[in-house]
Design a protein. Structure first.
Ligand SMILES: O=C(O)c1cc(=O)[nH]c(=O)n1[C@@H]1O[C@H](COP(=O)(O)O)[C@@H](O)[C@H]1O
Length: 308
C-alpha cells in the first residue's frame, strides 16, 4: 500500500490527504433536510446526511488527490448507523481508487491490538470463512503501550500488504506534556520516532516503509529533526489549515526526493464553503468549494517545496 500511495502522490503531484471528518454542523442544510425527510431526526438520519455529504466531497475531489483519511470518532458518535456510514465511505473511496487511511488511533495489550488490527486491516475467521471488517488501507496507531501493543498491527500489515501511521509527535497544543519530556537526554518523541523507524525496517516497500509516523504540522522544528531520524518513514502530517499549519512550515517534513510526507487537512477542505475565501460558492455548491480548497492547498505545498 505504501507503494500505491507513493505512485498516486506522483501521479497527482499532490502530497495531500483530505480528512473526511464530518460534523453535522458542517453539513449544508439541504443535505440534512433531505436525510431527515427520509429517516427523521434520528441516528440513521444523521448517518445518511454524513454519507451524502462525504460522497459529494469525494466526487468533487477524487481526481486531484491520492488519499483520504476518515476519522472514525466523527462516525462513532452516531452509533451503529454512524459506523455504517464510515464503512460506506471507506468502500466508496476505494471504488474511486483512493488510498484510505482509517484514523482509528488504536493500541492496547497485544491480544486486543490483534483484534483491532484484524477488524480494520485484516480478515476475521468465522468458521471456515474469512471476512474483512472495515478494510482500510492504513490505520493510525497509538504506541503508548509499547512494542507488544504495536506488533500485532505490523503482523497483520505484513499479511495483508497494508500500512500504519504511528503517533510520534501530535499536533495538539498539549502534546508536549508527555511527548516532549526529556528521558536520558532526549525528548520522548525522538525515542518513539527511532522505534517507529526500527519497526519499519522489517516491512519495507520499494522506497519507504509500510510503517509510517504521525508528526503534527504545528511543530515544524521537531518535524525537521524527526525527518532525519526516520529517513525511510513516511510521515502523515495533520494540523494544516484549521490548526494553523501552512505550506512554508512543512518543507522539512519532506525528503530531498520530494517524497516522505503527506499532509492532511480536514475542516479546511470539507467545510471550505464556510470560510470567507470560498463563501461565494454558497452552501449548495459546498463540494465545489472543497475542490477549490484542495487546489489551493496543493499549490501552497508544491509552491513551498519548489522554493526551498
Ligand atoms: O492522527 C491524526 O490524523 C491526527 C494526529 C494529530 O497529531 N493531530 C490531528 O489533528 N490528527 C487528526 O487530523 C485531523 C485534523 O483535522 P483538521 O484540524 O480539521 O484539519 C483530525 O482527524 C485529527 O484527529
Amino acid at each position: 500500500m505504501i507503494n500505491k500511495l507513493i505512485e498516486k502522490i506522483r501521479k497527482t503531484n499532490a502530497p495531500i490527504v483530505v480528512g473526511l471528518d464530518p460534523m453535522l454542523n458542517y453539513i449544508p442544510k439541504h443535505i440534512q433536510e433531505n436525510a431527515f425527510a427520509e429517516f427523521g431526526e434520528t441516528l440513521e438520519g444523521a448517518a445518511e446526511a454524513i454519507w451524502q455529504f462525504n460522497k459529494g466531497i469525494v466526487d468533487a475531489t477524487y481526481d486531484l488527490i491520492p488519499a483520504v483519511k476518515p476519522q472514525i470518532a466523527m462516525y462513532e458518535q452516531f452509533g451503529i448507523p454512524g459506523l455504517q456510514a464510515y464503512k460506506k465511505t471507506v468502500d466508496y473511496c476505494k471504488s474511486k481508487d483512493l488510498v484510505v487511511i482509517g484514523d482509528i488511533k488504536r493500541g492496547d495489550i497485544g491480544s486486543t491490538s490483534a483484534a483491532y488490527a484484524v477488524g480494520h486491516l485484516g480478515h476475521v475467521q468465522v468458521g471456515s470463512k474469512k471476512y474483512a471488517g472495515f478494510d482500510e488501507d492504513f490505520a493510525t496507531v497509538n504506541p503508548y503501550l509499547g512494542s507488544d501493543g504495536v506488533k500485532p498491527f505490523i503482523d497483520v500489515c505484513k499479511e495483508e500488504n497494508k500500512g500504519l501511521f504511528i503517533l510520534v509527535k501530535t499536533s495538539n497544543p498539549s502534546s508536549g506534556e508527555f511527548q516532549d519530556r526529556v528521558i536520558d537526554g532526549r525528548p520522548l518523541y525522538e525515542w518513539v520516532g527511532e522505534k517507529v523507524a526500527q519497526w519499519g525496517e522489517d516491512h519495507m516497500g520499494k522506497e519507504y516503509s509500510y510503517i509510517g509516523a504521525v508528526v503534527g504540522a504545528t511543530y515544524p522544528e521537531m518535524g525537521k529533526i524527526l525527518r532525519k531520524l526516520m529517513p525511510k518513514t513516511f510521515i502523515l502530517v495533520p494540523g494544516y489549515g484549521a490548526q494553523g499549519g501552512k505550506g512554508a512550515d512543512l518543507v522539512h517534513f519532506f525528503n530531498e526526493d520530494g517524497l516522505g510526507a503527506i499532509v492532511n487537512s480536514s475542516r479546511g477542505i470539507i467545510a471550505a464553503y464556510k470560510q470567507e475565501a470560498y463563501a461565494s460558492f454558497g452552501e449548495l455548491n459546498y463540494a465545489d468549494a472543497s475542490r477549490k480548497a484542495v487546489e489551493v492547498m496543493i499549490e501552497d505545498i508544491s509552491g513551498a517545496l519548489n522554493n526551498r
